[in-house]
Ligand binder design. Sequence first.
Ligand code: 5GP
Ligand code: ZN
Length: 115
Amino acid sequence: MTDSCIFCKIVSNEARAEIVHRDEQVTAFRDVHPVAPTHILIVPNRHIESVGTLAAEDEPLMGHLFTVARKLAEEEGISKGGYRMITNTGTNGGQTVYHLHVHLIGGQRMRYPMG
Ligand code: 5GP
Ligand code: ZN
């Protein structure tokens, strides 16, 4: 837990969010500014700043996070049509909240090019 981190506060229920999944390792909630019909953020419960600070022992955690993403996509009804998952890392990556998160975005055709 990091006192000033909004996603830590959502994980610990100190801040409100529309939670769609919660277990011992990860929490998923709807993005406050959705860019598509489905826009969910999936975060590790433990504060990890970004992909840049992941450790080798976090591999099972990140695998679990992707399994949760797949299940949420199925629940949201976007599996068949397809979806996009994005993790911004650092300034050039466009990261604005420094608690690692994966965006799960779907329900419409995504635009290209990225970058
Ligand atoms: P980033 O730019 O770091 O990849 O993504 C941060 C995301 O978090 C943005 O899409 C932003 O809309 C979302 N976000 C920021 N603050 C909050 C919040 O307090 N609640 C929720 N639900 N989403 C937030
Ligand atoms: Zn945090």
